[in-house]
Design a protein around this ligand. Structure first.
Ligand code: GLC
Length: 547
């Protein structure tokens, strides 16, 4: 496992940096920020899809996997980015969307035109006996998962938007196409891949979901998914031992993730899982709000840490990505304690066992968007849910409040580089509104303040490289019953490390048995002194090491 000292930075390219005044971020924009990223100290940049796409789901509807969408630049820009990043000790990780293609993709268009070969790339099915959709499965973006095609008198499956048709991985031609796409990008100098919702690729039949649920039990971690991943590994990225991979696993289980990322499995390097990001879903429902359940959050983080290490499997650790509201607004306090709570949240992710991911802007304390008008939202999921909740009779203000807390657009507002108009992201008209707080929250300001969140991240990244115990130490949950503190130990040979984090804006007391010989490595307050009995200040967080 050669990747344990690595840290990944996620760039949402549309919102990162615009070099050509069209209000849309691009590859040249990323190149212009490599000095900044090198300064932060990250090893990989994961870039969300930049391929040809009608952008129904912001690029997760790929119409051509081998061409760059001109709004992002050219193939030459991509090659230049790989090379320039290398000169900054950074590698590029691309996003492979293989559960589905855009319905604009040539394969789907040929299928529609009646080409038998390509019909078999997708799931076309006759209407059910009553003339409706073949089964009761629901799309993850709302509504039926089946779209009717008049000319064919058939439906096709789309677990996401109707513009994203699911690929049939039982077809060996589909699997070979995907492997070939990965090889193509490896040939361009790409050294890492993130596989989008990859645990949904194997469907276990098409029965109705008897629980009147959404059908996920039939396609999540399906019967052949491990086989398909082993094959993809063997035929593509597995041929380069420097190639790092991460699979996005939707509603998965620990047992499956052990297989996806176990060191002996030959599937993927690591997995993204989401259980810890549902602790503020009331009744498990994304669009129903409740304050986050801290005990459950602790339990889930510690459970995944301890169970995965037993089989030497590997987590990708994160709070933020392009599909999640900003963690600082969600689990921290973006108004009263932005610096303290931001540092605390960062420390948790970077000190656990697994690869830390930073989502653009997290390192400078970017917050939720707090949009006040539905027209500011661009995300297909947010717009769909707005319509659905409206139909259910909810009032406008309540819906906007829910979106303020939960919309994916909270993460997608432009990166705040400085306090010039549009936060220095573009000198055109940004595709989505800039967060109004950019005058006080921006990278230029963060770089000038030695005690800023940016430098806390920089230090956390350096510590990972310096201390093998952070990379590989065993995880043990401590202070398990504490109501407001999440704490754990990491141990490797004679070294042990203790990480303590107060998740609330109130003082709280802790007792630690044995602190002899420990010294502080990093903390969210300047003057933290470890003691057996301590009062932790609001969001106080520290790491100490012995040995
Ligand atoms: C993943 C992506 C998300 C996208 C979905 C469908 O969850 O992260 O942005 O909408 O897959 O491709």
């Amino acid at each position: 496992m050669g990747f344990r000292d690595k840290v990944v930075y996620q760039v949402y390219p549309k919102s990162f940096c615009d070099s050509n005044h069209d209000g849309w971020g691009d590859l040249k924009g990323i190149i212009s920020k490599l000095d900044y990223l090198e300064k932060l100290g990250i090893d990989y940049i994961w870039i969300n899809p930049v391929f040809i796409s009608p952008q129904k789901d912001n690029g997760y509807d790929v119409a051509d996997y081998r061409r760059i969408d001109p709004r992002y630049g050219t193939m030459q820009d991509l090659e230049e980015l790989c090379e320039a990043a290398r000169n900054h000790n950074i590698d590029i990780m691309l996003d492979m969307v293989f559960n589905h293609t855009s319905t604009d993709h040539e394969w789907f268009q040929k299928a529609l035109a009646g080409d038998e070969k390509y019909r078999k790339y997708y799931f076309f099915r006759k209407p059910s006996e009553n003339g409706g959709a073949p089964n009761n499965w629901q799309s993850k973006f709302g509504g039926s998962a089946w779209q009717y095609v008049d000319e064919l008198n058939e439906y096709y499956l789309h677990l996401f938007d109707p513009g994203q048709a699911d690929l049939d991985w039982t077809n060996p031609d589909v699997r070979e196409e995907c492997a070939d796409i990965v090889r193509f990008w490896m040939g361009k100098g790409v050294r890492g891949f993130r596989f989008d919702v990859i645990n949904l690729i194997s469907k276990a039949g098409f029965d109705d979901d008897p629980n009147e649920f959404d059908g996920r039990q039939f396609y999540t971690d399906g019967p052949h998914v491990h086989e398909y991943l082993k094959e993809l590994n063997e035929n593509s990225f597995g041929r380069d031992s420097f190639c790092m991979t991460v699979g996005e696993m939707s509603s998965t289980t620990i047992d499956n993730c052990i297989r996806y990322s176990g060191s002996e499995s030959h599937e993927l390097t690591s997995v993204f899982t989401f259980h810890h990001l549902k602790v503020d879903y009331k009744n498990q429902k994304k669009w129903e709000l409740q304050p986050f359940d801290f005990k459950e959050l602790k339990r889930l983080l510690a459970l995944w840490q301890t169970e995965m290490q037993v089989k030497d499997a590997w987590n990708a650790n994160f709070w933020n990505n392009h599909d999640q509201p900003r963690a600082l607004s969600r689990f921290g306090d973006d108004k009263n304690y932005p610096a303290e709570s931001g540092k605390m949240l960062a420390t948790v992710i970077h000190m656990m066992r697994g690869t830390p991911y930073i989502f653009e802007g997290e390192e400078i304390g970017m917050t939720n968007a707090y949009f006040t008008d539905i027209r500011q939202y661009k995300d297909v999921e947010s717009i769909n849910i707005y319509d659905i909740l409206k139909k259910e009779g909810k009032d406008e203000q309540e819906i906007l409040h829910i979106l303020n807390e939960r919309s994916r657009d909270n993460a997608r507002t432009p990166m705040q580089w400085d306090d010039s108009p549009n936060a220095g992201f573009t000198d055109g008209i940004p595709w989505i509104s800039v967060n109004e707080n950019y005058r006080s929250v921006n990278a230029e300001k963060a770089l000038k303040e030695p005690d800023s969140l940016f430098y806390h991240y920089q230090k956390l990244i350096r510590l990972r490289k310096q201390y093998p115990v952070i990379q590989s130490g065993l995880f043990r949950h401590i202070l398990e019953d504490h109501d407001s503190v999440y704490a754990f130990m990491r141990t490797l040979d004679d070294t042990s490390l203790i990480c303590v984090n107060n998740f609330y804006g109130k003082e709280t007391e802790i007792s630690l048995d044995d602190i002899d010989g420990y010294r502080i490595l990093i903390s969210s307050y300047k003057d933290t002194e470890p003691r057996n009995h301590m009062i932790l200040r609001p969001y106080e967080s520290f790491v100490m090491i012995r040995g």
